[in-house]
Every structure is written in structure tokens, then in C-alpha cells.
Design a protein around this ligand. Structure first.
Ligand code: EPZ
Length: 425
């Protein structure tokens, strides 16, 4: 099984271009199920999760063709409407096929996505929204059987809030289904993430009539049909944040190009509070290395525009080498602290209890063997290993490949000593 061997303590330099946003591309690729016309999607990151989504589309009768980071889709004449467990279990966002299939084909079977190490990952909000549009939903033997009423889905007023607030992919699923419903749908407590806005903009370019994207109240006026998509995915704000933390932790003047600052303000605010100086020039953001130690700070993960949970692990790693205490509160996934135990193996001082982590900063981390557990935790470990003294071996790095394209090649170009090796366990 692949692992990364990293020799820490190197000074990095140079610039790294941000790829397309995984969490925008995943639902946007599913928009091809809403039309009989061919679609083209550009700036799609070449990631394991994207490959899985493409395989799901292939099983649903969509022919796909890659050209660089663009992918075109064409609906075959014969297809089935079953998204199988063996694919959806490896990438829960496959559940976003549900809304489009229901709206366009009238019925479908989609496997219940599993949970993962960051939490149970329920989909009750997805089902609540689709039932509100008139769908008949049955869950049997781990599969979701969904059927639209005879005349198709009907617009509705839907409150889509859960215990933890809004849901990104539930908003995506219901919004896509509502584009072809008869009448108007209002989604209250819609997710406001930039990835949801990108999806809404793509759908509107296909002829949908969506307003309010990016606000908690979205209105979707149903249309009879949608034309093909020709869409360019927004840059990945989480990948950009990950690389800025790498620059801060290794005290290197890394320039991250192509990101949108307006998608990263809460994250940049926390980094500034910790004493990290980031210089902006157009779409480039450069870490200005500082000789002073960073300051510990407190932050809470919440839905956009607040601090994103997908940046929590990476920022915890930075807090591990800051001066003083940082209190990190995880409001989206209270169990999302698998990385804490691994960072402690590297010498960090972290106490986790009840959705909160208290980090006592230390001067530096020590390289050692650690284990990746989920996508963002593994990125945090890569950053920590690059900053640590000595050598680290990070096992199970297939987690990294789910969300970061060829990361070892890209970080090597910045001067990092990182190589992919075969290691048991
Ligand atoms: C999206 O997941 C992202 N994934 C996640 O990124 C991200 O962490 C998450 O949003 C929060 O920002 C994709 O977009 C593919 P949610 P999603 O539904 O949509 C609860 C990464 O690292 N909830 O917004 O699955 C849920 O338990 C991944 O790239 C319900 O209770 O997350 C959580 O506490 C990890 N019922 C909260 O809502 C539901 O039906 C937010 O979850 C759905 C969600």
C-alpha cells in the first residue's frame, strides 16, 4: 500500500497552481444527468473521487471522454438508473446522482452512502427535500429507491436545516431535482458554500432558473428541459488553504496561484490572528515567512462564510507549533479529530473531548511513522511532516489522492523532500 516518505525541515519556495474544486466538480458532473444534450466540464481536478464519480455516471449510461482537465459527456440510448454500492461507498458524494435521476428519469436506485471516520454522514435532509418535491422514497437493504409522481416532481417550500445547520450536498441534490419540477421551489436554510453557488451558476447556464444561490433562501422556478452544460469549475479553496498552511509551517515564501480570496476570508482571518502574513496580488497569495513564532488562537468550524471544517485539520497542525494555547471547536463533524492522535505521535500536545481540541503549542514537531485516516487529516500530516525535524512515513495515503492531484510531484517542485513508496500496513 502506498506511503509518503518525507524528510522535514526543508525551506520551500516557488508557486503552486490551485486545481478545480473537488466539491464543486462532484455535483456539477451530475448535471449531465439532467439533460439529453452533450456536456463539457473544464478545470476538473484529476482525483480519485472524480474518477469514482465518472464511473458512477458511466454505470448510469453516460459516455465520458477526457481531454486534459476537461471532460465531455454524452447520454447513451440505453441506460440503467442504479448507482451501485461498490462505487457510492467509496465516495459518498455519489449520492448527488439521486436528485437529477429522479427529476429526469422519474425513478432510480442509489446506494446509501456509508459513513466515514469523520462522522456518521446521514442523508435524512436529502430525502426530506426530495419527498417534499413529491418523490416516494423507500430505503431497503442499503439502497434508496426513489420514484417521482406520475406528472413528475412538483415545486415546494422546503426547510432543509438539520441539527448542524445546512447541508452542502443535500442542497445540491434538492436544487438539481427542483430545476425540472413543475412550479417553484423555495429552499430555506440552503447551504451557502461557493461550491453550491458554482453548481447553481452551471445549472442557470443550462437554462435553469435559480435565484438566491449563496444565501440561505434559494428559489428555483422549474423548467421543462435543460440544454447541455459547458462549464468551468471554480478553484479549490480548501486546496489553496492547505498550501498556505504548508508555507506557514515551513516558513517558506510559497505563492498559491489561481485561488479566490473571497472564498477563503474566514480561513485567512484565522491565519492572520496566528501571525501568518499573506500577501495578495490578483489571484495570487504569498506567505511572507516570519522569524517570530505563530500565536495560538481559537476557532470554530461552521457553515460558509465561517471557518470551513475542511480546513480544521490543516490549521490544527499549524496550531501545534504556535506559541500558547489554541481551542478548536468542530461544530460540523464533532468527531473529526483522527489527525490529533497522529500529530501527538509527532510530539504535539492535544487534548480532544466532546467536539473540541485544546492544543498546547510546541517549538517543533518530530518526524515519525503516522497513518492517514481521511482526506483532510492526511493533508495535515503531509504539512506537519514537511515542517517536522527528521523523517516521516505517512501510510494509507490513498486518502490524499482523493482530494489532492499528484501532491508529491507538486510539493517536490517547491523543494519538499517527498516520495511515494510502497509500505505495508
Ligand atoms: C460536503 O459534505 C463536503 N463534501 C465535505 O467535504 C464538507 O466537509 C462538508 O460538505 C461540510 O462543509 C462534498 O461536497 C463532496 P453536509 P456533505 O451535508 O455535503 C449533517 C472533503 O474533505 N447532515 O454539509 O456530505 C452532517 O452530518 C469533504 O472534501 C445531516 O444531518 O456535508 C454534518 O454534520 C469531507 N443530514 C452537517 O450536516 C444530512 O442529510 C454538514 O454536512 C446531511 C448532512
Amino acid at each position: 500500500m502506498d506511503a509518503f516518505r518525507i524528510i522535514g525541515g526543508k525551506k520551500l519556495s516557488g508557486s503552486i497552481a490551485v486545481r478545480g474544486a473537488k466539491n464543486a466538480a462532484l455535483p456539477i458532473l451530475a448535471t449531465c444527468l439532467l439533460t439529453d444534450s452533450p456536456c463539457r466540464y473544464r478545470n476538473v481536478p484529476l482525483l480519485r473521487d472524480i474518477q469514482t464519480q465518472v464511473k458512477i455516471l458511466n454505470t448510469l449510461g453516460v459516455e465520458t471522454q477526457w481531454s486534459g482537465r476537461s471532460i465531455t459527456t454524452r447520454l447513451l440510448d440505453t441506460y440503467n438508473s442504479i448507482a451501485p454500492y461498490e462505487l457510492v461507498k467509496t465516495m459518498r458524494a455519489g449520492v448527488v446522482a439521486l436528485g437529477p435521476l429522479l427529476a429526469k428519469r422519474g425513478e432510480c436506485r442509489v446506494s446509501l452512502p456509508g459513513g466515514c471516520v469523520i462522522g456518521e454522514r446521514p442523508i435524512d435532509l436529502h430525502l426530506r427535500g426530495l419527498e417534499a418535491l413529491g418523490a416516494e422514497i423507500n430505503v431497503e437493504h442499503g439502497d434508496i429507491y426513489a420514484k417521482a409522481p406520475k406528472g413528475g416532481l412538483r415545486g415546494a417550500e422546503i426547510y432543509l436545516g438539520g441539527t448542524f445547520g445546512s447541508s452542502v450536498t443535500a442542497t445540491a441534490n434538492v436544487m438539481m431535482a427542483a430545476t425540472l419540477a413543475t412550479g417553484t421551489t423555495v429552499i430555506e436554510c440552503a447551504a451557502c458554500e461557493p461550491e453550491v453557488v458554482d453548481l447553481a451558476n452551471c445549472l442557470n447556464a443550462m437554462g435553469a432558473r435559480i435565484s438566491g444561490a449563496g444565501s440561505p433562501t434559494m428559489t428555483i422556478k422549474g423548467v421543462r428541459k435543460l440544454r447541455g452544460a459547458d462549464w468551468t469549475v471554480i478553484p479549490d479553496r480548501i486546496e489553496a488553504a492547505t498550501f498556505l498552511v504548508l508555507g506557514a509551517m515551513t516558513r517558506s515564501p510559497i505563492t498559491v496561484t489561481g485561488a479566490r480570496y473571497e472564498h477563503m476570508m474566514a480561513f485567512c482571518h484565522v491565519l492572520r490572528q496566528m501571525g501568518v502574513q499573506i500577501e495578495r496580488k490578483g489571484r495570487s497569495m504569498t506567505v511572507v515567512p516570519s522569524s517570530k513564532r505563530y500565536r495560538g488562537t481559537d476557532f470554530v468550524t461552521l457553515p460558509f462564510p465561517a471557518f470551513p471544517t475542511d480546513c480544521q485539520a490543516q490549521t490544527m497542525a499549524l496550531a501545534c507549533i504556535a506559541e500558547g494555547t489554541s481551542v478548536i471547536t468542530e461544530r460540523i463533524y464533532p468527531e473529526r479529530f483522527m489527525h490529533a492522535a497522529e500529530l501527538k505521535r509527532m510530539g504535539a500536545s492535544i487534548q480532544v473531548s466532546g467536539g473540541q481540541a485544546i492544543v498546547q503549542g510546541t517549538a517543533h514537531l518530530e518526524g515519525t511513522e503516522v497513518m492517514a485516516s481521511d482526506l483532510r487529516a492526511s493533508a495535515a500530516l503531509v504539512n506537519a511532516a514537511c515542517a517536522a525535524k527528521g523523517e516521516s512515513l505517512i501510510r494509507r495515503i490513498y486518502h490524499v489522492d482523493r482530494g489532492y492531484e499528484r501532491i508529491e510531484e507538486r510539493l517536490s517542485k517547491l523543494g519538499a523532500s517527498i516520495e511515494r513508496v510502497d509500505a505495508e500496513g
